[in-house]
Each structure stands twice: as structure tokens, then as C-alpha cells.
Design a protein around this ligand. Structure first.
Ligand code: FAD
Length: 395
């Protein structure tokens, strides 16, 4: 008989895990929002799946999305100076999570994965632990449900470093070449412009990362879609003129009334395994690896850890599922989690001088510009650029 795995959460981590595990184990996804609620509900995030994540989605045999809106480049502007457009080695893709999640749930259901609609509370985790051979906590930023210990050296912040303000808009002429457009306004925050696919067609995501209490933090108290749209237009006109000039005033609108979000995240990294009542419990995704969205790594890190977890479970298929397995999984993911986290945390602080220099050099050297674009696709390269040079400079 196949071992029974209960995955709590139907987000990036939970669904990718279900695909990766479904052929070898009896998988149940426990979730508290139905497909329809997800599909027709509020956006919870933005998302860019870089080449390595898209390759893993292929290896997990996940649904394929149309290739019409592939993102091949990263545009970098500091202040009002456009520095360069770097090319990505492999194209990235941004599909509205409302569509990606609901469609994947429908597809997994057809392929025999069980779905159980239930909001799991901390109080009723015991019965789940008894019921399944293994429970995996993929509850995202609202988790975890289990007391996974905090990794203090990777969790330096006690409050959010940015306010995340984002909406999915119609009526913006896409940038050219199609790509992710990053504008850094020193001491104020950042704007990420991301072309994305939604159920209704292509949109442009405008995603402001505002340093709290500075001028970009200008959306406090806004709870109405039209007020949000007007404020975004005004903020874009004042601070991001390149984007504003591509806005068609008659068409500029949210793609639907649920396509906006304001949130602030306190990053925290936890060890991804624990023993409860002598039984192993694991976690994957934001429930244990919660970073600020500033580097756009959350889905990519979740997916990386999914693959490590799935291969570890397969290796231990006929062995006891105990803390040894948990430790193996954690040791396999920790170096990458550390690199992503340290780079991401550094990006929320004033950029080090040597990084600013690298960005300026990218303006005159296409090979350097391309290497900087690759930081987002392979955060190990970003980590190397941020920290090796720092060590060299300091020594
Ligand atoms: C504003 C913003 C912008 C972002 N932009 C990017 C980006 O550009 N690129 C990128 O890679 N990442 C980005 N991220 C991060 C990315 O969205 C997350 O890292 C990713 O979705 C994590 O997946 P997850 O499965 O861990 O969590 P989620 O996708 O949040 O899924 C968690 C699931 O658990 C369910 N759940 C929670 N609690 C319970 C419970 N008690 N019982 C049952 N079910 C439960 C939820 O309903 C949900 O289905 C962004 C995040 C934010 C907030």
C-alpha cells in the first residue's frame, strides 16, 4: 500500500508537491478555499516563474501555459536614469496565481489526487498527524501551523521592510523588449512592472515596494478599487514617468475589482522539519521560508524546495520517516534558502556601493547587464555578487 501524505495548503508549494509526489504516494491536499473562491477571489501575490522553475514544472508534468507572454529581459532604472536591459538566459513567465492554482487543482483532481476542504487550526493538527503517514505544512505566509523553530541568523527583522502595493492593470503599453521593469528610487522604494497572463488576457502588474512612512507609502487606508487605481495613476505620474507615458488614460483600470492588494511581510526563516508526538512533520514554501517579495523569489524558492523534498521522500520511500529524513531534507535546502534570504534581505537595505558600481557598469557593458538580469533567475549569482565582493572590499 502506498504511504499517505496530507499536504495542508493549495498554493505554489502545496500544488507543485502534489504533482511531484502523486505517482508514488497517496496524496491529499487539504485546503480552505475552493477552486471557485480562488479563481474569483482577491490576488494574493505577484509571481514570476524563472527558467529553472519552469523547467521543474515540466519535470513535475504540470500544466503548460501559452508561450505568448514570455519575459526575456530585465530592465533596470535607478532614480530617473535608465541603465540597461539585460537578457535572461531562459524566458520567465508570470501567470496570475488565481488561474494557476485553480487550474492546477482541477487538473490534479482529474489525475486522482484527493482534495479535502477544511481550514486546519492549530488545535486540530493532532488528528491529521494520526491520520496520515506524513503531514506537510504548505500554509504559506499565514502559517506555519506547527512550531518549527526560527533560524535566528537568517531572520534579522522584527517588522516589515517594505509595504507591498500591487495591482493588475489594463491600459499600459508593454515595455519593449517584454520583460520585468525594475525602478529603484533610493530611500523611497522600488517599482516592479511585470507583464502577466490572467484568465481575461494579458495585463501589466504595477508593484510598488514602499519603504514604510516614506513618500511611496501613499496608499494607507485605501480599500476601494477605483481609489486604488487613481492613487496608482498619480503615484506613477509623479515617480515613474516612463511607465506613466505608456498609460492610456481611457483604458487604465484594474483588470477586475479583486486585482489589487496591500500587504506588509516580516520575513522569517524556520527549520523545515520537526517531531510531534514522535511523528515527523515537514514544511515547504512560505510557511517556513518567508522572505520579502522584493527579489521575486518566493515561488522559485518554494519550487526548488519542493523538488528537494520530493526526491528525499522518494529516497526514503521504504525507510522509516523520522527526524533523519527531516534533517536530510533541511540540509539539502538550507544552503539555497540561505543564499536567497541573505540576498533578499540585503536588497531591502541601501544598496552597497560595489553593487551600485556593478549596475552602473551594466549601462556600458551588455555582458555585465545580462549577468545582472540573471541574478533574478539564479539568486546564487546575486549572492555571490553582493557578498563575495563585500568580503574582498572589507579585507
Ligand atoms: C505582494 C507579493 C508579491 C510577490 N511577488 C512574487 C514574485 O514576483 N515572484 C515570486 O516568486 N514570488 C512572489 N511572492 C511570493 C510568492 O507569492 C510566495 O512565495 C508563494 O506563493 C509561496 O507559495 P506557498 O504555497 O508557500 O504559499 P501560498 O501560495 O500563499 O499558499 C498557501 C496556501 O495555504 C492555504 N492555507 C493557509 N492556511 C491554511 C489552513 N489553516 N488550512 C488550510 N489551508 C490553508 C492557503 O489558502 C493557500 O492556498 C510575492 C508575495 C507577495 C505577498
Amino acid at each position: 500500500m502506498k504511504k499517505q501524505i496530507g499536504i495542508i495548503g493549495s498554493g505554489t508549494a502545496g500544488l507543485q508537491l502534489a504533482y511531484a509526489l502523486k505517482d508514488d504516494f497517496e496524496v491529499t491536499v487539504i485546503h480552505h478555499r475552493s477552486q471557485d473562491e480562488i479563481r474569483n477571489g482577491r490576488i494574493m501575490s505577484t509571481q514570476v516563474h524563472f527558467g529553472s522553475t519552469r523547467a521543474r514544472e515540466n519535470r513535475f508534468s504540470m500544466p503548460k501555459w501559452e508561450d505568448d507572454h514570455l519575459l526575456n529581459s530585465v530592465h533596470i532604472t535607478i532614480g530617473n536614469q535608465k541603465l540597461f536591459v539585460g537578457s535572461l538566459n531562459e524566458p520567465a513567465l508570470s501567470v496570475d496565481q488565481r488561474l494557476y492554482y485553480s487550474y492546477s487543482m482541477e487538473d490534479l483532481d482529474k489525475q486522482g489526487v484527493s482534495f479535502r476542504m477544511e481550514r486546519v487550526d492549530k488545535e486540530n493538527t493532532e488528528s491529521l498527524i494520526e491520520e496520515y503517514d506524513l503531514v506537510i505544512d504548505c500554509t504559506g505566509k499565514s502559517g506555519p501551523l506547527f512550531p518549527f523553530p526560527i533560524e535566528r541568523d537568517l531572520s534579522p527583522f522584527h517588522f516589515p521592510q517594505r509595504k507591498c502595493i500591487t495591482g493588475y492593470f489594463l491600459g499600459i503599453k508593454p515595455n519593449h523588449p517584454l520583460g520585468i521593469n525594475v525602478t529603484v528610487l533610493p530611500e523611497l522604494g522600488e517599482m516592479f512592472e511585470i507583464p502577466a497572463m490572467t484568465e481575461e488576457g494579458p495585463v501589466t502588474i504595477l508593484f510598488i515596494m514602499a519603504i514604510p512612512e516614506k513618500e511611496l507609502d501613499a496608499f494607507k487606508g485605501i480599500k476601494d478599487p477605483s481609489e486604488f487605481t487613481n492613487r496608482m495613476k498619480g503615484t506613477t505620474q509623479k515617480y515613474f514617468p516612463d511607465i506613466y507615458h505608456r498609460i492610456n488614460n481611457d483604458q487604465f483600470a484594474l483588470c477586475d475589482d479583486n486585482a489589487y492588494l496591500q500587504i506588509a511581510i516580516t520575513p522569517v526563516i524556520r527549520r523545515s522539519y520537526g517531531m510531534l508526538d514522535d511523528k515527523l512533520v515537514l514544511a515547504c514554501g512560505d510557511s517556513v521560508f518567508l522572505n520579502d517579495p522584493i527579489t521575486g523569489q518566493g515561488c522559485n524558492l518554494s519550487s526548488y524546495c519542493v523538488e528537494k523534498l520530493a526526491s528525499t521522500l522518494l529516497e526514503y520511500k521504504d525507510l522509516p520517516w523520522d527526524s533523519e529524513l527531516g534533517k536530510t531534507y533541511w540540509n539539502r535546502t538550507k544552503p539555497f534558502v540561505k543564499q536567497v534570504t541573505e540576498w533578499t534581505n540585503a536588497m531591502t537595505q541601501p544598496l552597497p556601493e560595489h553593487v551600485v558600481q556593478l549596475l552602473l557598469e551594466g549601462a556600458h557593458d551588455q555582458a555585465k547587464a545580462d549577468r545582472i538580469a540573471e541574478w533574478f533567475a539564479d539568486p546564487r549569482k546575486a549572492h555571490e555578487a553582493f557578498f563575495k565582493t563585500t568580503i574582498k572590499n572589507n579585507s
